[in-house]
Design a protein. Structure first.
Length: 244
């Protein structure tokens, strides 16, 4: 039964491309204002916004607060809005249910008022990792499974991947204090507070800083990144030869 009231959405279509884990695309949504109140976005966090949830097969939220997309114009009762919606795939790949809705920021989603969201099942694909580039340089040696683990993380949905740094020890070789935060051990950290050293990056990303003279990437966007302490690179001695 169609909801009635001031804020009612009647969803028409959602046009999108294949969804890759972690990747952003511009989908096109078409929705009718079937209520009695006009829709408008009034500011950065004021008014109505297009947004979405990613749910599992039982309806549990995997991603509740998808990025907000401001309405491009005021939508009067009886009018139909057609506009682009930023849609980022969830992590990891798999079967999800996408629920697109309108949200009054800090107050309610229209579905909470009885106006059903647009819902469809989506098979989220692994992210394309074919263009990944490792910025290792000549002074480091990756562990044997480094490239395999990095590719798996890219396909899981992460655009930037980095890991631990093992420093050589000896009477001559000095330890770099700037690399202490990158000691091997531990697990995954999607909100690692330091730049990723000698990272693997998907295009168009490139290193944007250095740590102890090594190429590094400091995440600064909504693109998902991952530090994994099991990804280990070893610093070579200045002569280029490993110590015995």
């Amino acid at each position: 039964m169609q909801a009635r009231g001031p804020l009612v959405a009647r969803w028409r279509t959602l046009l999108r491309g294949p969804v890759e884990a972690g990747a952003l695309q511009q989908a096109t949504v078409e929705v009718e204002n079937a209520g009695s109140a006009a829709w408008r976005t009034r500011g950065v966090e004021d008014g109505l916004f297009l947004a979405y949830h990613w749910l599992d097969e039982r309806g549990n939220a995997i991603v509740w607060d998808g990025p907000r997309t401001a309405l491009v114009r005021t939508v009067e009762p009886g009018e139909t809005l057609r506009q682009e919606l930023g849609l980022r795939g969830p992590i990891p790949p798999g079967r999800y249910r996408l629920a697109v809705d309108l949200v009054e920021e800090h107050r309610f989603w229209l579905a909470e008022l009885g106006s059903p969201a647009y819902e469809e099942d989506v098979d989220v694909l692994p992210r394309d990792a074919s263009g990944a580039r490792a910025f290792l340089g000549d002074a480091v040696e990756p562990s044997g499974d480094w490239h395999e683990r990095v590719r798996a993380l890219h396909e899981e949905g992460y655009v930037a991947v980095g890991g631990a740094v093992e420093q050589e020890r000896g009477l001559v070789k000095r330890r770099e204090p700037a690399l202490d935060a990158y000691a091997p051990g531990g697990g995954r950290h999607p909100r690692f507070p330091h730049p990723l050293v000698c990272p693997s990056l998907l295009p168009p990303l490139e290193p944007n800083c250095e740590v102890a003279g090594l190429p590094a990437y400091a995440p600064g966007s909504d693109e998902p990144s991952m530090f994994d302490g099991r990804l280990v690179i070893r610093l070579r001695s200045r002569s280029g030869r490993r110590r015995g």
